[in-house]
Design a protein around this ligand. Structure first.
Ligand SMILES: NC(=O)C1=CN([C@@H]2O[C@H](COP(=O)(O)OP(=O)(O)OC[C@H]3O[C@@H](n4cnc5c(N)ncnc54)[C@H](OP(=O)(O)O)[C@@H]3O)[C@@H](O)[C@H]2O)C=CC1
Ligand SMILES: O=C(O)CCC(=O)C(=O)O
Length: 438
């Protein structure tokens, strides 16, 4: 690795039609995924048949889930599970509960899971699930009934050797416990390895809760080393203070980074001297919001992500960095904790600004990597210490960062396209090896 590496990144597109995209096209996650896939496949000179196979998901399941609500009414929720690929192993990926879920979003998230698992070289394909609902407005009883019914509808499609769900936005360890229990009732035996991200007491892995944030902290360390930048004085802004954002902030704070900004859906905080993350976490637990915390100044959340910092970590949702605000970013490194936070148009603007991007399918792969460890431990019935889990995670994340950056240099592409190319090449190889032409 070069100590004098430049931050300059080649642009994503060589075509100009990007400039004529409407904002609606620009922010469709499936279009964004497909655009980058096509570009990487072209650079790989991918076999046209394999191209067609990998471009689209293998299976898309839509379910309508009737749920008895607490007030006695019946509501019907729409849910999806999309399995993009099982070429390298069982499909793997989280389940999202959000009012914004759509089939195109779940398709994109499922494809990103395939590429992500291949980037970190773990033996899974990709899948994702989602239910259109607002979990913040539902009681625990309503969420449990919806989750159990959703699981029952998917019963023949999921399983330890078929498709292994995990948490994502709006879902957590409790949701995974309900899925595991519902699946086990149908199988007439306890099957812990059907989901990951469960509570440790029922087969979860130590370290899974923090794993995505931990992986982010590891790739930030690698990026600083690569760019010859010190941790001391490294200012970080984090968007999102849920599972991913809060754990990334906590671990980076422990490593000596200065977290100067945190945003959530309903507010944002700034402190040029650094926010005390443990105190903010206690406040967030008590108050249910970051608002009202005395250790930072309340600021506008959209403006905060454009403030000067060394590292910006979007860890909330898709399409937060678009043609509308990319030119205003003043970070040196963009580390994508969320899936799909940057649009393809924004990619080119960031490249022109020389921002070093650690793409989502690498940066947030710590979660699925520790999910892999959980699946392995459940199948062995033997559980590792937290240190063993974290050490293995650190090793994989560091090596994957090095692989992507080396690939980018070797092929003169930016980090995102390098990660796609590396992943597509690996998935194409197993797809051919398994003999789809038979
Ligand atoms: N959980 C995991 O292991 C993994 C998650 N990811 C990705 O990371 C992202 C976050 O997931 P996760 O942390 O699990 O989700 P959570 O539901 O735990 O948290 C989401 C956070 O994002 C905030 N948020 C939502 N919309 C906005 C917005 N427009 N501006 C600012 N903040 C916002 C929410 O704020 P509020 O509470 O105020 O609504 C909340 O703090 C998603 O893209 C997910 O796909 C990727 C890999 C693994
Ligand atoms: O842990 C997992 O299996 C998947 C987590 C996830 O949904 C993601 O990485 O986007």
């Amino acid at each position: 690795m070069s100590a004098t590496a430049s931050t300059a990144q080649p642009t994503t597109s060589e075509q100009k039609p990007l400039q004529t995209m409407t904002l609606e096209q620009e922010t469709n996650p499936w279009e964004a995924q497909a655009f980058r896939f096509d570009l990487a496949a072209k650079k790989l000179n991918l076999d046209p048949g394999i191209w067609k196979v990998l471009r689209y998901p293998q299976r898309e399941i839509i379910v309508h889930i009737p749920v008895a609500m607490d007030d006695g009414s019946i509501e019907v929720f729409t849910g999806y599970r999309v399995q993009h690929s099982i070429s390298r192993g069982p499909a793997k990926g989280g389940i999202r509960y959000s009012p914004d879920v759509s089939l195109d979003e779940v398709r994109a998230l499922a494809s990103w899971m395939t590429w992500k698992c291949a980037v970190v070289n773990i033996p899974f394909g990709g899948a994702k699930g989602g239910v259109i609902c607002d979990p913040k407005k539902m009681s625990q009883g309503e969420l449990e009934r919806m989750t159990r019914r959703y699981t029952a509808e998917l019963i023949e499609f999921i399983g330890p050797e078929k498709d292994v769900p995990a948490p994502d936005m709006g879902t957590d360890e409790q949701t995974m416990a309900w899925i595991m229990d519902t699946y086990s009732m149908h199988m007439r035996q306890t099957v812990t390895s059907v989901v990951t991200g469960k509570p440790v007491s029922i087969g979860g892995s130590r370290g899974r809760r923090e794993a995505t944030g931990r992986g982010i902290s590891v790739v930030c360390d690698s990026a600083l080393k690569y760019l010859n930048m010190p941790v001391e004085g490294c200012r970080v802004i984090v968007q999102g203070f849920g599972n991913v954002g809060s754990n990334a902030a906590k671990l980076l704070h422990e490593k000596g980074y200065t977290i100067i900004g945190i945003t959530e859906f309903d507010g944002a905080l700034y402190n040029a001297n650094g926010i005390d993350i443990p105190s903010l976490t206690s406040h967030r637990k008590r108050a249910g919001t970051i608002n009202g915390f005395s250790g930072g100044e309340a600021v506008d959340k959209d403006e905060l992500i454009t403030r000067e910092c060394e590292i910006l970590i979007p860890a909330a949702t898709e399409n937060v960095i678009t043609s509308k605000n990319a030119a205003q970013l003043k970070c040196r490194i963009l580390c994508e904790g969320a899936n799909g936070p940057t649009t393809v148009v924004a990619d080119d603007i960031l490249a022109e600004k020389g921002i070093f991007v650690i793409p989502d399918i690498l940066a947030n792969a710590g979660g699925v990597t520790t999910s892999y460890f959980e699946w392995v431990q459940d199948r062995m019935g033997y559980f590792w210490t937290e240190k063993e889990v974290n050490d293995r995670l650190d090793t994989i994340m560091t090596a994957s960062f090095d692989d992507v950056v080396a690939y980018a240099t070797a092929h003169s592409v930016n980090n995102r396209i390098a990660a796609y190319m590396l992943a597509i090449d690996r998935v194409a190889y197993t797809t051919k090896q398994r003999g789809i032409y038979a």
